[in-house]
Design a protein around this ligand. Structure first.
Ligand code: COA
Length: 388
């Protein structure tokens, strides 16, 4: 492009400057029928998350997200069977997981293992809707297997194979510890999976849609999403919350800790939200779970510390807890290793990513926004001998 043309383009673009929205806050980028956030009400396909958290199984929610309706008994039985038969991962990927550096973070190894699963999936390059549904089922069933395998391999334990007749929540807990999970733990994980399954156009979902809008394959979209979920401003916050609880150590140190952190303009993980300004509707469910599990296990310390932090941050900064805040103490009380908190989020959100990928494929247009150029113009090539 000549300098004149570049200048002309830049000038005409500068007229649009007022349209730039940093962080895309409030920008509506596409239409979706999957989940909605209206005020502080989150719905999946129009059904309130409050109702689903109380009444639905995770598998029912996955079906709802993908097919737009709750399954009949026969449809759910068939869907459960398909998921149950799809959780195994190829021997080569198990071997790869065993060879990963044991000190790597499970979100990094999860991202890499899901990418590797694409190499072995019989439908990777097949883009028909039927093939995409087959991949969706495999990816949703395989992700918890991969996360459990990563944990086992890192700790020099034998990888446990999934059981076809177990739910996703039960299978995950079983493969993690190689023992029968108790009903309370299964119910808690199942509810957590329901609560994390989808969330409109959050950062990782946007990345998944952005990626597949080039008409690349589903595994590529999911790999993009996992890399995005990992960050502490998104799914990585639940791990950061637990590290904060452990660092503070006791209830009596909380007020000072929060005061100092806010005075230093540090972010308190698990608080604030781009969309919810009057509270995240998922937080109250996780708070209740954290309390109930604490009481059942005879250790409410992490719940009590969380409540005190919640009160301090609300009082001192006016910020409310988001989904990641009480999920930290919930998972910790369940005995889930801290570095698996964000991978557990991925085990659930994969269903939402897939729903959005399917919706994107069904009515695709390349997602390609613009940037406002603020760099220099009218520059020239300088021979290397003349450069300073
Ligand atoms: N702790 C302390 N201050 C916070 C905060 C937090 N968790 N979240 C937001 N703020 C403050 C910011 O410092 C900023 O203050 P300022 O205007 O004085 O500079 C203001 O609130 C706006 O925050 P900003 O980061 O611009 O909001 P955002 O919409 O871009 O970001 C989050 C939303 C979720 C990324 C942000 O609230 C955050 O970083 N939270 C902690 C991470 C987290 O829990 N992520 C999981 C989200 S589900």
């Amino acid at each position: 492009m000549t300098v004149e043309k570049l200048t002309a383009t830049t000038e005409s673009e500068s007229e649009k400057k007022e349209k730039l929205v940093k962080g895309l806050e409030g920008v509506v980028a596409l239409e979706s029928k999957i989940s909605s956030i209206i005020g502080s009400v989150l719905t999946y396909r129009g059904i309130s998350i409050d109702e689903l958290a109380e009444k639905a199984s995770y598998e029912e929610v996955v079906y709802l997200l993908w097919y737009g309706k709750l399954p009949t008994r026969a449809e759910l039985d068939d869907f459960n069977k398909q998921l149950g038969n799809s959780g195994a991962i190829p021997e080569a990927v198990q071997q790869m997981i065993k060879n990963f550096p044991h000190n790597s973070h499970p979100m990094d190894t999860l991202r890499t293992a899901i990418s590797a699963l694409g190499l072995y999936d019989p439908d990777t390059a097949e883009m028909s809707h039927e093939a995409n549904i087959r991949k969706a089922i495999r990816l949703t069933a395989q992700t918890p297997t991969v996360v459990a395998a990563i944990h086992r391999a890192k700790n020099n334990l034998e990888i446990v194979q999934p059981r076809p007749n177990y739910s996703i929540a039960a299978n995950f807990l079983y493969m993690l510890d190689n023992k029968e999970p108790d009903a309370i733990a299964i119910k808690a994980v199942d509810t957590a999976l329901v609560l994390h399954a989808d969330h409109e156009l959050n950062a990782s979902t946007f990345c998944a849609r952005e990626t597949v809008s080039t008409l690349t394959d589903m595994h590529s979209g999911i790999v993009s999403a996992i890399g995005t979920l990992k960050g502490p401003l998104h799914g990585g916050a639940n791990e950061a919350v637990m590290k904060m609880l452990l660092k503070v150590g006791s209830v009596d140190k909380i007020d000072q800790f929060i005061h100092d952190a806010l005075a230093n303009r540090e972010k308190i993980m698990g608080f604030g939200h781009r969309v919810y300004k009057n509270g995240d509707p998922r937080a109250k469910h996780l708070r209740r779970m954290s309390e109930n599990l604490g009481k059942l296990k005879g250790d409410t310390r992490w719940y009590e510390m969380s409540v005190r932090i919640d009160e301090a941050v609300t009082r001192d900064k006016g910020l409310l807890p988001n989904v990641d805040f009480y999920s930290a103490s919930t998972y910790y009380t369940l005995g889930i290793p801290i570095e698996l908190f964000t991978p557990v989020f991925a085990c659930s959100r994969i269903s939402g990513w897939v729903a959005h990928i399917l919706e994107q494929y069904a009515d695709n247009r390349l997602i390609r926004p613009r940037a406002e150029y603020t760099g220099p113009i009218d520059q020239h090539y300088i021979p290397i001998e003349e450069r300073v």
